[in-house]
Design a protein. Sequence first.
Length: 132
Amino acid sequence: QALLISWLRFSRVPLDERYHDRALVALDEMRRSIRPYVEPAKPEQIIDMLTAVANVLAVELPEEQGLALFVGVLDGISAKLLTKAAHHVLRTHKYKSMPVPHDFLVPIQSDVSIYKWFDAKLAQWTDDIKFA
């Protein structure tokens, strides 16, 4: 898979047609393997994660409107990456208050960007091969 990615990213020569079927299978496998990192969490999953963090820190969740805003800010991020963010918050949060959305976003900011970029590239390369 690494060789295929290198070829698709850096080669100036199109992929030989003989390898199209195998390349499409490999690209599909890669997209499936990163799906847990790019598929957005459901609002219930975000609320469950926030509830768990609040319970561990022994703080109260924001009221309805605040919670809705919290969910809106974290919307679009995968449950896997939100879990990673929650672990970071639990390791680093020092105050007796509910962490703010920024506290969850900063530790996973680069992960979110990388996974979205890679997913988009895999989709593009798949289309390039299918329609070559």
